[in-house]
Design a protein around this ligand. Structure first.
Ligand code: TPP
Ligand code: MG
Length: 678
C-alpha cells in the first residue's frame, strides 16, 4: 500500500476505496455503513446537505461512539458524560445518524427523514437546543474546536473543585480541513497545548478535500506538526482501518497532552465515481451514485431502513454507559458537596446574592465614588468573586487594563486548575469561543475581558453565543474616544450599534459605579445570552443617589426629571450621562428645565411596555448623546431628535481634547436644546 501521505486525488482515492471495499465487510464496517446509508438517504430526500463527511468519518465516529465515548443515550444531559463536538458541522448527518442509531429519544427515523426541514431537530447544521445531545451549534468552521477548549477547561476547573469522583470526562471533537485552516484553530490549539488539556481529543478528518477541491490548491501545512508545536500529542492513522483507529483511540486516552489524531479518510467513501472529490462535499449524490454507493458498501436495504441486526449492537452501544452513570449517581448522592454541585450545574445563582449586592449598592450610594466604570466593575467583582464561586474570569492579555482580576483569584496553570482566572493570552477569538464552551459545559459562569474595539476579533464567537443563548459575560473596557491617546485603532465607534443589531445580546454601557454594579447583576441573571459590559477608561462622577432595586434593568430610566415641564429630554449612555447632567444644571440656571434619561441598555428598554417607554422619553424634543456612531438612535430620538456623537473614526489625543474636537460637549448639548426653540 502507498504511504498514507501519498494518497491524493480521485484516482488514488478510488483505488484505495476499491481495495477497502473488496475486503469482506466486517461487523465494524457494517455498523458504520448504517451511518453512510442514513446520510445518503437524508441528503437525497432533502435534496441538500453534506454526505461526504459523514461517509468519510463513519468508521472513526462509529468506533468512538460504540467503544469509547462515555454517555448514556437514556440521559443525554448526564453531567459527567463525555462531550462530543462536531466542529465540522456541515457533516451534521453524522451526528444525527449516531444519535438515531444509539437510541436517543427525539431522533427517530421520522426526524431523520425531515432532515433540513422546518422544526426538525435534524437541522442543516447541528443546533444547540434542537436536541439535548447536541452540545453546541456548529457550522462556522473552527468554532467547535475552539469551543471544545472551553469545555475542556471547564472540566478541569470543576474537577479541581469537586473532585474526580464527580467530574471526570473527556471532550471529543471531529474537525475537518476547514476547521484547521481557520485562524481560530491556532488560538485554540495553542491555548489547549499550553494548559495541557489532555482530556481534549480531536479526530481530524484528514481527507484533503474542501469545497474548492483538493486542499493542495490552498494549503501545504501539516496541521499535525503545527499542533505538535503547540504541545499536542499527534498521530496519523488510516481512518478506515478499525484496528489502527482502535489503537489510536486507546492511546489518546492515556495522553498527558491534548491529542490530535489525523484520520486519513476518503470523503464520500462508497460513492462509486465521486468518492475522494469535492463533488461529494455538499450536494446530494444523485440517484445513480447513491445506488452505486449502497451497492459498493453492501447495503441492500430500502431507504431509511436499518435492519434489526444492525440496530441491536448500536442500541447496546447507546446503553453501554448506563452502569457508569448509575455508579456516578450513587457517588453524587453521598457526596459532601452535592448541593453545591447541583446548584452550579443547574446554573442557579446562590441564595443571598441579592442581599450582598444591595448592601454593596447602599455603600456606593453613600460613598458616591468617582471612578472609571472599568474600576467600578473591578470593585463589583471584589464583591462578586467571594459570593459566587462559579464565576471564573480571564482576559486576553489586558488584565491590568480590563481590571478583571481581583483578590482571591489564581490563574489556572497546566498543573493547577484550583483557579478562578484564565490568562487567555492575546487570543480574543479563542477566548470568545472558550467562554462559550465554559458556559455550555455548565457549572461555571465565565467572563472575559478585552478592549471593546477588539470585540471585532471575537465577534463570530459572540454571535454563536447569542444564537445558542449562553450566559457569557464580556468585559469590554476602553469603550470610546474617551480612551484618548491610543487613537483611532483603539477607539470603538460602530461597535455599540453593531452589537445592538445582534439578536439576543445585552449591550450594557453603565454611567457610573452604581449602574456598573447593576449591569453586573443584570449580566449574571441573563442566563439566556451574552452580556457585554461596555466600560470606560476615564473616571465619571457618581450620578445616582439611590440604590434601591435595579434601575438599569429597565434599560433606560429618568435619572433626573425636569423641575416642572420638560423643555427637552436628554438621553445619554455611559460616560456621556455626566455631560448631560452638567448641561441640565447649566440650563436650569438659565431657566430651561430638561430631564436626563440614562439608557444603559437599549435591548432591555425595548422590552418595556410602551407606556413606560413613552413616559421616560417624554413629549419634549429629544437630544441623544453617545460618543459613538448614531446608527440606531433614531428609534429613541424620532425624526426630530438631535444626536450628538461621532460621525467617523476617532483620533489620537487626550480624551478631553477629543471630546471637544468631535463636539461632544456640554456646550453642544446646550446648543442642541436651544436649537429646538425652547
Ligand atoms: C467560517 C466558515 N467559512 C466557510 C464556511 C463554508 N464551508 C462549509 S464546509 C467548507 C469546507 C470545509 O472543508 P472541510 O472541513 O475539509 O470539510 P469536508 O469537505 O472535508 O467535509 C466551507 C468552506 C463555513 N461553514 N464556515
Ligand atoms: Mg476536508
Amino acid at each position: 500500500m502507498a504511504s498514507l501521505a501519498d494518497i491524493s486525488g480521485n484516482e488514488a482515492a478510488l483505488a484505495r476505496q476499491a481495495k477497502l471495499l473488496a475486503a469482506p465487510a466486517t461487523q465494524d464496517r457494517a455498523l458504520a455503513n448504517a451511518i453512510r446509508a442514513l446520510a445518503i438517504d437524508a441528503v437525497e430526500t432533502a435534496k441538500s446537505g453534506h454526505p461526504g463527511m459523514p461517509m468519510g468519518m463513519a468508521d472513526a465516529a462509529s468506533l468512538l461512539w460504540r467503544k469509547h465515548l462515555r454517555y448514556d443515550a437514556a440521559d443525554p444531559l448526564w453531567w459527567d458524560r463525555d462531550r462530543f463536538i462536531l466542529s465540522a458541522g456541515h457533516g451534521s448527518m453524522l451526528l444525527y445518524a449516531l444519535l438515531h442509531l444509539t437510541g436517543h429519544e427525539g431522533m427517530g427515523i421520522e426526524e431523520i427523514k425531515k432532515f433540513r426541514q422546518l422544526h426538525s431537530p435534524a437541522a442543516g447544521h447541528p443546533e444547540y437546543h434542537e436536541h439535548p445531545a447536541i452540545e453546541m451549534t456548529t457550522g462556522p468552521l473552527g468554532q467547535g474546536l475552539a469551543t471544545a477548549v472551553g469545555f475542556a477547561i471547564a472540566e478541569r476547573l470543576l474537577a479541581a473543585k469537586f473532585g474526580k469522583s464527580l467530574v471526570d470526562h473527556r471532550t471529543w471533537v471531529i474537525a475537518g480541513d476547514g476547521c484547521l485552516m481557520e485562524g481560530i484553530s491556532h488560538e485554540a490549539g495553542a491555548l489547549a497545548g499550553h494548559l495541557k488539556l489532555n482530556k481534549l481529543i480531536v479526530l481530524f478528518d484528514d481527507n484533503n478535500i474542501s469545497i474548492d477541491g483538493g486542499t493542495e490548491i490552498s494549503t501545504s501545512e501539516d496541521p499535525l506538526k503545527r499542533f505538535a508545536g503547540y504541545g499536542w500529542a499527534t498521530k496519523r492513522v488510516d481512518g478506515h482501518d478499525f484496528t489502527a483507529l482502535q489503537a489510536a483511540l486507546v492511546w489518546a486516552q492515556k495522553s498527558a497532552k491534548p491529542v490530535m489524531i489525523a484520520c486519513k479518510t476518503i470523503i464520500g467513501l462508497g460513492a462509486p465515481t465521486k468518492a475522494g472529490t469535492a463533488g461529494v462535499h455538499g450536494a446530494a449524490l444523485g440517484g445513480a451514485e447513491a445506488e452505486g454507493a449502497k451497492a459498493a458498501l453492501g447495503w441492500p436495504h430500502l431507504p431509511f431502513t436499518v435492519p434489526d441486526e444492525i440496530y441491536a449492537p448500536w442500541r447496546e452501544a447507546g446503553a453501554r454507559g448506563a452502569g457508569a452513570r448509575r455508579a456516578w449517581l450513587k457517588r453524587l448522592a453521598k457526596h459532601s458537596q452535592r448541593a453545591e454541585f447541583e446548584r452550579v450545574m443547574a446554573g442557579k445563582l446562590p441564595e443571598g446574592l441579592a442581599e450582598t449586592l444591595s448592601a454593596y449598592k447602599a455603600q456606593l450610594a453613600a460613598q458616591k465614588p468617582k471612578l472609571a466604570t472599568r474600576q467600578a466593575s473591578q470593585k463589583a467583582l471584589e464583591v462578586l468573586i467571594p459570593a459566587l464561586p462559579e464565576l471564573v474570569g480571564g482576559s486576553a492579555d489586558l488584565t491590568g487594563s480590563n481590571l478583571t482580576l481581583v483578590k482571591g483569584m489564581a490563574g489556572a496553570t497546566a498543573d493547577n486548575f484550583a483557579a478562578r482566572y484564565i490568562y487567555y493570552g492575546v487570543r480574543e477569538h479563542g477566548m470568545g469561543a472558550a467562554l462559550n464552551g465554559i458556559a455550555l459545559h455548565g457549572g461555571l459562569i465565565p467572563y472575559g475581558g478585552t478592549f471593546f474595539v477588539f470585540s471585532d476579533y471575537m465577534r463570530p464567537a459572540i454571535r454563536l453565543g447569542a444564537l445558542m443563548g449562553v450566559r457569557t459575560i464580556h468585559v469590554h473596557t476602553h469603550d470610546s474616544i474617551g480612551l484618548g491617546e491610543d487613537g483611532p485603532t483603539h477607539q470603538p465607534i460602530e461597535h455599540l450599534a453593531s452589537f445592538r443589531a445582534m439578536p439576543n445580546v445585552l449591550v450594557l454601557r453603565p454611567a457610573d459605579a452604581m449602574e456598573t454594579t447593576e449591569a453586573w447583576e443584570i449580566a449574571l441573571h441573563n442566563a439566556g445570552g451574552p452580556s457585554l459590559l461596555v466600560l470606560s477608561r476615564q473616571a465619571v462622577p457618581a450620578l445616582r443617589q439611590d440604590s434601591n432595586g435595579n434601575k438599569s434593568a429597565r434599560g433606560a430610566y429618568v435619572l433626573a426629571e425636569a423641575n416642572g415641564k420638560r423643555a427637552a429630554t436628554i438621553i445619554a449612555t455611559g460616560t456621556e450621562v455626566s455631560l448631560a447632567m452638567a448641561a441640565r444644571e447649566t440650563l436650569a440656571a438659565e431657566g430651561i428645565e430638561v430631564a436626563v434619561v440614562s439608557a444603559p441598555c437599549f435591548e432591555l428598554f425595548a422590552r418595556q411596555d410602551p407606556d413606560y417607554r413613552e413616559a421616560v422619553l417624554g413629549q419634549a424634543p429629544r437630544i441623544g448623546v453617545e460618543a459613538a456612531i448614531g446608527f440606531g438612535w433614531e428609534r429613541w430620538l424620532g425624526p426630530d431628535g438631535v444626536f450628538i456623537g461621532m460621525t467617523g473614526f476617532g483620533a489620537s489625543a487626550p480624551a478631553e481634547r477629543l471630546y471637544e474636537h468631535f463636539g461632544i460637549t456640554e456646550a453642544a448639548i446646550i446648543a442642541a436644546v436651544k436649537s429646538k426653540g425652547v
